[in-house]
Ligand binder design. Structure first.
Ligand SMILES: [Zn+2]
Length: 236
């Protein structure tokens, strides 16, 4: 038996690893894109919340305005009533009601003034926050566009690498290819064809048996690591 030439197998493995590398890159894109989309979604709801909070201030202001208008209307009614009242104590009772309403109006108007200040500063804050959020959303949208472009290019790289792998596969002896395919199925991560150094398989880094080592050294047939099943060879 002559020496086994593993050079074609090493080329195959090299191209196979390249494919794996591009495939892993391609697989990253959906997750990365989803992350950016999530961030945009969160920013949008943050903006909506800020808008709603601000609108609540306006709603509160309308309520206070309504309360003042109601109290003023009541005062008008009491004053009209006073025109037809005959007894002094009834007249005084209405005066008392009117005074209470006027006090309430004045308190409500104070609250309204405070609210107006809050609305003014709230408006400034809302505009600033909205602009910041819009800026961040734009950054994530650019990130998504960049990911889309990178994905197209990674897919092109993968396609080329797969074609190179197929042509390497066509150049290889069937028995070698069968062994390689079997290892490839068993071992998740490359490399799948590794040298033995200092009696250790350079795939799993565990000492191989004496038989495996001497078979690898002889180099007449395919030898596999008795621990991880990778194809091992002796580096000359
Ligand atoms: Zn091993």
């Amino acid at each position: 038996m002559g020496a086994l030439d593993l050079s074609s197998l090493l080329i195959l493995q090299d191209r196979d690893s390249r494919c794996e590398q591009f495939r892993r890159q391609v697989e990253q894109f959906p997750r990365e894109r989803a992350e950016a989309e999530e961030k945009i979604k969160a920013l949008r709801s943050q903006r909506e919340k800020a808008q709603t909070d601000f609108q609540q201030l306006e709603v509160k202001r309308k309520v206070l305005e309504g309360e003042v208008a109601d109290a003023e209307e009541k005062i008008r009614r009491y004053r009209t009533q006073q025109l037809s009242v005959k007894k002094v104590d009834e007249f005084e009772a209405l005066n008392h009601e009117i005074a209470a309403l006027e006090k309430r109006i004045s308190e409500t108007e104070d609250a309204e003034l405070e609210l107006l200040e809050a609305i003014d500063s709230g408006k400034v804050t809302l505009e600033r926050v909205s602009a910041e959020i819009a800026e961040q959303i734009t950054l994530y949208e650019h990130e998504i566009a960049r990911l889309n472009e990178a994905e197209v290019s990674a897919r092109t790289d993968l396609k080329e690498a797969e074609e190179a792998l197929e042509s390497a596969r066509a150049d290889i002896a069937p028995s070698l290819l069968d062994s390689y395919t079997a290892v490839r199925r068993q071992v998740k991560r490359g490399p799948w064809v590794v040298p033995v150094k200092d009696s250790r398989c350079q795939g799993c880094h565990i000492k191989v048996s004496g038989d495996v080592e001497s078979e690898a050294r002889r180099g007449h047939q395919i030898v596999r690591c008795d621990n991880c099943s990778r194809i091992v060879f002796w580096e000359r």
